[in-house]
Write a protein that binds this ligand. Structure first.
Ligand code: HXH
Length: 332
C-alpha cells in the first residue's frame, strides 16, 4: 500500500531537474522511487577515483556503466562525481613502485590520463562533472585545504589543470567546483576567490556545486540566499548537489533514537519547504537540485558524523513512503 503523490521531478519540470544519488544497492531498493520522482542521478561512490581506477592500468567501469545504462533507459540525466578529490583515492595514486611520493609531472600525467579516460568514456552521457571536490579550507587561513596530496605534490594549480583536462576530454560538459560548508560565509568567500582566480586565467569553470548537507538548525535561509547571489554574480550556474536535512545538530552525540520525534518531522518539513521555495526563486541560476539519497533507509548519515546514529534526512521514509517534507516541497 503506497500513498499516491505527484512526481517530484515533474512538479519541478519548469524549474530545474531534481536528482538523487545512486548506488548499486539503491538502484534496486529504490528503483520505483528513482524512476518516478527523480530525473537526475549522481553515483554516490562508483565514479570516484579509487572505485573506478583501482590499479594504475585497470579501470572498473562495471557499476558506472550500469548507472549510465539505467539513466538512458529511463531518461535521466547524470551528474559525474568526482574527478579530483583528497578522499577515496586508490593506494597507488600518489606513490611510485618503491612507495615514495611521485613528482609533480608524474602526478599531472596520472591526473590527465584518468580524467581523459573517464570523461571521454561518458562523453555525451554525463552532462556535468564535479571536476574538483572539497579543495577549499574550512577555517585555516589560506584558500586551499592544506591536507591534500594533490596540493602537496602538484601545487595550487592542480585545480586549473583538472578543469583544463576535463574540458579537453569533453568540451560540451559543464564543469563544476563542488564543496560542503559552501554557504558558510568564510568558506564561501574563499570559494568565490578560487573561482574568480580560475576565470581570470581563462580556465573553463561553469558552475559551483553547493553540497546541501544541512540540518534542522543550520544554515539559515538568509545565508543560503546570500550565497546563491554571490556565486551567481560570478556568472556561473549553481547546483545544489548533495542535499539532506539531518534531524540532529551536527555534533549531537545521541544514538538512542529509534524513531524521529514528531517535532523533528514537522521542523524538517518546514526547512525543506523553505529551501525549495528559495531554490525556485533562483531557478534562473540553480540548474540542478540533487538529494543525497531517495529514502531514509539508505543514507550515509546513519554513520556520519556519529557512527550508528540513525538519521531521517530525506523526503521518503524508511518504508519509501512520502514524508511531510515531500508534501510541503510539492505544495506551491
Ligand atoms: C561528501 N562529503 C562527498 O562529496 C560525497 O562524495 C560523499 O558520498 C558524502 C559526502 C561531505 C563531507 C565533507 C567533509 C567531511 C565529511 C563529509 O569531513 C569532516 C569530518 C569531520 C567533521 C566535519 C567534516
Amino acid at each position: 500500500m503506497s500513498m499516491q503523490v505527484q512526481s517530484l521531478y515533474q512538479k519541478y519540470e519548469s524549474y530545474f531537474p531534481v536528482g538523487t544519488c545512486a548506488s548499486p544497492r539503491n538502484l534496486e531498493m529504490h528503483r520505483e522511487l528513482l524512476i518516478t520522482h527523480f530525473n537526475s542521478l549522481t553515483a554516490e561512490n562508483h565514479m570516484k577515483f579509487g572505485p573506478i581506477h583501482p590499479e594504475p592500468d585497470a579501470y572498473n567501469f562495471t557499476l558506472a556503466d550500469q548507472l549510465v545504462e539505467f539513466a538512458k533507459q529511463h531518461n535521466k540525466r547524470i551528474r559525474g562525481h568526482t574527478l579530483v578529490w583528497h578522499n577515496q583515492n586508490p593506494p597507488w595514486l600518489f606513490i611510485d613502485g618503491d612507495g615514495r611520493p611521485v613528482d609533480r609531472d608524474t602526478l599531472l600525467k596520472r591526473m590527465e590520463e584518468h580524467i581523459h579516460t573517464v570523461v571521454s568514456r561518458y562523453r555525451g552521457s554525463i552532462y556535468c562533472w564535479d571536476v574538483v571536490n572539497e579543495a577549499v579550507a574550512d577555517s585555516s587561513p589560506g584558500v586551499l585545504r592544506q591536507r591534500s596530496p594533490w596540493l602537496g605534490i602538484i601545487g595550487p594549480d592542480f585545480i586549473a589543470k583538472a578543469f583544463e583536462f576535463a574540458h579537453a576530454a569533453d568540451p560540451e560538459a559543464l564543469l563544476f567546483y563542488n564543496d560542503y560548508n559552501a554557504v558558510q560565509p568564510g568558506k564561501r568567500d574563499k570559494i568565490v576567490q578560487l573561482v574568480k582566480g580560475l576565470q581570470d586565467k581563462g580556465i573553463p569553470v561553469h558552475g559551483v556545486g553547493i553540497q546541501g548537507h544541512w540540518n534542522l538548525y543550520w544554515p539559515d535561509a538568509g545565508e543560503i540566499r546570500e550565497t546563491i547571489e554571490k556565486y551567481a554574480a560570478l556568472g556561473v550556474q549553481v547546483h545544489i548537489t548533495e542535499l539532506d536535512m539531518s534531524v540532529f545538530a551536527f555534533d549531537d552525540r545521541r544514538t538512542d533514537l529509534t524513531e524521529p520525534t514528531s517535532e523533528m518531522i514537522e521542523k524538517q518539513a518546514e526547512r525543506y519547504e523553505q529551501v525549495f521555495a528559495l531554490f525556485r526563486e533562483y531557478a534562473d541560476v540553480i540548474t540542478n537540485v540533487t538529494l543525497w539519497g531517495a529514502a531514509d533507509d539508505t543514507t550515509w548519515l546513519h554513520n556520519f558524523p556519529v557512527r550508528g546514529r540513525i538519521n531521517w534526512p530525506l523526503l521518503f521514509d524508511m518504508n519509501h513512503q512520502p514524508k511531510p517534507a515531500l508534501e510541503r516541497v510539492l505544495q506551491f
